[in-house]
Design a protein around this ligand. Structure first.
Ligand code: SAH
Ligand code: SF4
Ligand code: F3S
Length: 496
């Protein structure tokens, strides 16, 4: 699972100046378009939060809100928060302290600023947020943000507004589609949430409480959204869900269908080059989905399949309902279907009761599978989850030591994986200009950024690229075969 801190447009986050009070200047754009109000959305946590942040901007666009990257220009600041670990959750409150200073600085110039807290902390903490930071005007949970316009009006008229219900109405049916211009500005890759919520109740996890029960969007709703995105230039779609492979709906004949069928039908939409999905649970990797990796060329050969631990004892305590061997068997089947598939996973170290022997089993599993990339976390006891009440909590120092050892192993695997790309030729979807002039950057099938010297006219196309080297985070290559207007020169010949 990717930890993101993005503005809703997917750009780099804008850092707050720490030395507030700050100087507030009226930007040229806000002077030109005085009728438009400015919206600043900052999103934390998973890709689903990034998707939600973009939808909030879409919902607010008809209300006259235009996104800004400059918080000091914002008439409305939305923090779209994550509750998964204590640090993520607490960060919101320190961030709110800074936003409050912006609000005060703007107020001294007679400019109003509304502050909204959205996302999983909003859901979990509710009105406690108002108590901890009275400058907050509005609190809205992840299932209610389609009501932002009404909630804003209520906050204006009544001083405050809160909605952390799990409404019976379908949020997705009430969302405003992105305009063509906004979709184009967001780039060639797009997220589409197809499933939300979780019924699995792993004993460490807050998601079932913050996102609610598992639900799947209908095929019709999803295909309409995907078709719109593709019409507006999107070439790569990542289907999202807390348990995306639990997606279920109806097939073209009205029969029960799973994610494999959804991927198959979406791959037939003209204009889609690439499909991905995340995040999956091992127990929902059914035969049809595994087979789809062998049958669907548009389904990219990268799978994020969290396992959390390599110890059966700990997996049982986590209520994962699968064993280490089940995971190994699933990976073997997936590799048989798609031999070049790259794998990634999530691991938690220091779950209550985890011994050194349990941890060694986790390292052994990582060695055995060989991951292209991996996310790893120190166990963070979350209020309200069964894990938090367990008495055999692991000391912080032990967690930190295990985390460092695990990090060294997965980093070595990631480097080996990137190095193994050198000399290979692969399709790259070019997405944007590079940092240096004459460079463009794209994405490999395995989710690595690839830098090539080539003309900007190739942005938006898929090209065959020979990989010539790598650094810690990127691959470098040259276009394979002659391309009009491009030097085809190497950027770098060896892995750093
Ligand atoms: N639905 C996904 C992941 C959801 S949360 C799944 O089932 O795998 C993303 C990741 O955060 C989890 O995979 C887990 O590794 C980590 N995580 C969740 N709760 C945590 C906690 N209390 N402490 C540390 N890491 C946690
Ligand atoms: Fe959390 Fe487990 Fe559900 Fe994933 S499957 S969201 S880790 S409860
Ligand atoms: Fe965080 Fe909520 Fe996603 S807790 S990881 S933002 S589902």
């Amino acid at each position: 699972m990717l930890a993101l801190t993005l503005t809703s447009s997917g750009r780099e986050p804008v850092k707050f100046a720490k030395n507030v009070p700050m100087k507030i200047t009226k930007s040229a754009s806000s002077q030109d378009k005085t009728s438009l109000k400015k919206l600043y959305v900052k999103s934390y946590g998973c890709q689903m939060n990034a998707y939600d942040a973009a939808r909030m901007a879409d919902v607010l666009a008809p209300e006259g809100f235009e996104e800004t990257r400059h918080i000091e220009d914002a008439d409305l600041v939305v923090l779209n928060t994550c509750h998964i670990r204590e640090r993520a959750s607490e960060k919101v409150f320190s961030e709110l302290g800074l936003v409050r200073k912006v609000k005060e600085a703007r107020a001294s110039q007679g400019r109003e600023t509304m502050i909204a807290v959205a996302g999983c902390v909003a859901q979990a903490e509710g009105k406690e947020i108002f108590r901890r930071n009275p400058s907050v005007d509005l609190v809205v949970g992840p299932q209610s943000y389609h009501r932002l316009p009404q909630l804003l009006a209520q906050a204006r008229s009544q001083g405050r507004a809160i909605d952390t219900e799990f409404p019976v109405e379908d949020k997705f049916a009430h969302l405003t589609p992105a305009s063509s211009a906004r979709t184009r500005a967001r780039g060639l890759s797009a997220f589409v949430t197809v499933q939300e919520g979780c019924d699995k109740f792993c004993t460490f996890c807050v998601v079932p409480y913050t996102r609610g029960a598992e639900m799947s969007r209908s095929y019709e709703q999803i295909s309409a959204e995907v078709t719109r995105l593709v019409r507006d230039g999107v070439r790569e779609i990542t289907l999202l869900g807390q348990n995306v492979n639990a997606w279920h709906g109806l097939d073209a004949n009205g029969q029960p269908a799973g994610l494999a069928d959804l991927l198959f039908r979406l791959s037939q939409i003209e204009g889609i080059d690439r499909l991905r999905y995340t995040t999956s649970h091992p127990n929902d990797m059914n035969d049809a989905l595994i087979a789809a990796h062998g049958h669907l060329p548009k389904l990219m050969p990268f799978l994020h399949l969290p396992v959390q631990s390599g110890s059966d004892r700990i997996l049982a305590a986590m209520n994962r309902n699968h064993t280490v061997q089940d995971y190994i068997d699933s990976i073997a089947a997936i590799r048989a279907a798609r031999p070049d598939i790259a794998l990634s996973s999530d691991f938690i170290v220091g779950f209550p009761g985890e011994t050194e022997a349990d941890f060694q089993s986790t390292l052994a599993l990582i060695e055995k599978i060989g991951f292209a990339s991996t996310f790893f976390f120190k166990y963070s006891p979350r209020p309200g989850t069964p894990g938090a009440d367990l008495t055999d909590q692991v000391p912080e120092s032990v967690k930190a030591d295990r985390l460092a050892r695990l990090a060294a192993l997965v980093e070595a695997q990631r480097h080996a994986f990137n190095e193994s790309m050198t000399g290979r030729t692969m399709d790259v979807l070019f997405e944007k200009a590079g940092r240096h002039s004459g460079q463009i950057v794209g994405k490999s099938p395995y989710l690595q950024p690839v830098q090539v010297e080539a003309g900007a006219d190739l942005i938006g196309t898929v090209q065959s690229v020979e990989i010539t080297g790598c650094s810690t985070n990127s691959l470098f290559g040259r276009l394979a075969g002659p391309q009009p207007g491009s030097s085809g020169q190497n950027i770098m010949e060896e892995c750093a």
